[in-house]
Design a binder for this molecule. Structure first.
Ligand code: ADP
Ligand code: G6P
Length: 483
């Protein structure tokens, strides 16, 4: 039977070795959490990197590792430490990630890491070729694997290949600075269908294809030799039911069943019923605007001092890519800012910022979502931002206010939230004030619309739309070839 092969750098779980044994922890990030829901419902195989380098894996643990991954319908690509350095910490996260998020000054152009990126992409392509039958569908994900589509196409000219980019595709003026811009475009054009979160990213990509490769583009079809490739936008949804059901269950827990975190949140709510919790959840990444948000929080408290001792900012920052210098610098900056603001503003009964630097189990994420009056998400650039959608899905009584950066892909679908420019502190302070004072009926009216949209366009619908479009495109391509 024909199957779907999902391929991405991250698998649904990351393996860790502790006390000579293997443990699997859920992967963090939009790609993994979104695709996990798609993968668990279907007959698919997921190929990716386990999170461990070859050097870290003792020979005798290999069968255990394969077994642990098989439990998650997954199979691994082996990477050495040198490959992880050049491919993951190097070209993927020191060149492409900053460049595609418009952090041009952070982007490093090093031939050596480009060479490793190419070699590792070939490894992923080989892993697909080893497992794929000709009637299978290959779905390749994200910026770490942009050369894989063409590498697979070269060996299997007729196989169906879809590619989805989970981060922004930047404007031509930014993309053209990449020394290997043509190769990256040619790699992606091995696909039959290339998907982006938003129409803007799609437009930027088409413009680069036209201007850098001089190819014929008609509406959203690209003509290359005897092939037609489609480019389209598919804004990724969330597993709405999973989040809303979890929130409902949470609200029915007895005191004994509650987590320690929830008990602590409840105690604070009881001691100050008028106090408001602001929540932000992100990977610790410079694109997420965490440092700016902290400065904006201080600005807000200066502009509206009446909220001192009345509001609390909860920051959950998940450790990410900590071998990359920019992330280390950011960690230091955030630590210092939290320390300084808390040091200057705290009173005996009030700590303005609660800062957690760790990953949390799903149950605690729901504790935070359901206990926070305001979700405050201010990325400077973000392909989508699923956290914004998850917060809304957990608001079972429909109260709560979302303040969201207009630079997040999800802002396109979340017009009923308070949209802000993350660089405009004046606007942010006013939005926080508006959120605190927003009447319940208005919160409910806004969230009703948001929830309906998120429930309808959930992650399952997103994946189905992509797959249906891929099937249609393959037929169109075959008709074009046989003309
Ligand atoms: P990105 O993909 O850039 O990390 P998103 O907001 O799109 O940003 O996705 C983040 C995903 O990671 C969400 O699905 C969220 O639930 C999950 N996540 C965030 N923080 C944690 C955490 N502390 N523990 C587990 N999962 C988390
Ligand atoms: C974003 C990227 C994903 C990535 C995730 C977590 O969502 O689009 O491809 O997996 O961040 O980052 P990491 O580097 O830990 O995989």
């Amino acid at each position: 039977m024909a199957k779907t092969i999902i391929i991405s750098n991250r698998l649904p779980v990351q393996l860790q070795i502790s006390n000579g044994d293997i443990t699997a922890v859920p992967s963090v990030g939009g790609l993994a959490t979104g695709m996990k829901s798609v993968h668990s419902g279907g007959d698919s195989l997921w190929i990716g990197w386990s999170g461990l380098t070859d050097e870290e894996i003792p020979e005798e643990l290999i069968p255990k590792i394969d077994k642990a991954l098989a439990k998650h319908g997954s199979s691994k690509v082996n990477l050495t430490e040198k490959e992880v350095d050049g491919f993951y910490y190097g070209f993927s996260n020191r060149t492409i990630w900053p460049l595609f998020h418009y952090f041009l000054e952070y982007s490093e152009f090093e031939l050596e890491s480009w060479e490793v990126y190419k070699a590792v992409n070939q490894k992923f392509a080989d892993a697909i070729l080893e497992k794929a039958d000709n009637d299978d569908t290959i779905w390749i994900h994200d910026y770490q694997l942009m050369l894989v589509p063409q590498m697979v196409r070269a060996q299997r000219p007729d196989i169906s290949i879809g590619f989805f980019l989970h981060i922004p595709f930047p404007s031509y003026e930014i993309f053209r600075t990449l020394p290997w811009r043509q190769e990256v475009l040619q790699g992606l054009l091995g696909s039959d269908l290339i998907g982006f979160h938003t129409y803007d990213y799609e437009r930027h990509f088409l413009s680069s294809v036209r201007r850098l490769l001089g190819l014929e583009v008609s509406f959203n079809d690209i003509y290359l030799d005897d092939r037609v490739i489609k480019v389209d936008s598919f804004p990724m949804g969330i597993d709405y039911k999973k989040f809303s059901d979890a929130a409902k269950e949470h609200s029915q827990r007895t005191e004994d069943e509650k987590s320690e975190l929830q008990k602590r949140l409840d105690t604070h709510k009881k001691s100050a019923p008028d106090a408001k919790f602001f929540l932000s959840i992100d990977r610790l990444d410079y694109t997420k605007g965490i440092a700016k948000r902290l400065n904006a929080f201080e600005y807000f408290l200066n502009k509206y001092p009446q909220y001192k001792e009345k509001v609390r900012l909860i920051i959950l920052a998940v450790p990410s890519r900590s071998n990359v210098p920019q992330y280390q610098l950011l960690k230091r900056e955030v630590d210092e800012l939290v320390g300084r603001i808390n040091g200057e503003l705290s009173t005996v009964s009030w700590t303005p910022i609660w800062y957690f630097y760790r990953s949390m189990p799903f149950e605690n994420l729901i504790d935070l979502y359901t206990s926070s009056d305001i979700a405050w998400l201010t990325p400077i650039r973000d392909g989508m931002n699923l956290v914004a959608k998850e917060y809304i899905a957990t608001r079972t009584d429909k109260t709560g206010v979302l303040i969201l950066s207009e630079m997040a892909g999800s802002a396109n679908e979340m017009n009923e939230s308070l949209l802000i420019n993350p660089n405009n502190f004046e606007q942010i302070a006013d939005a926080l004030n508006e959120a605190i004072n927003m009447p319940k009926e208005e919160q409910i009216a806004r969230n009703t619309l948001l929830q309906k949209r998120l429930e309808r366009y959930n992650v399952e619908k997103w994946a189905n739309d992509f797959m249906t479009s891929l099937v249609g495109q393959k037929e169109k391509d075959q008709t074009y070839k046989s003309r």
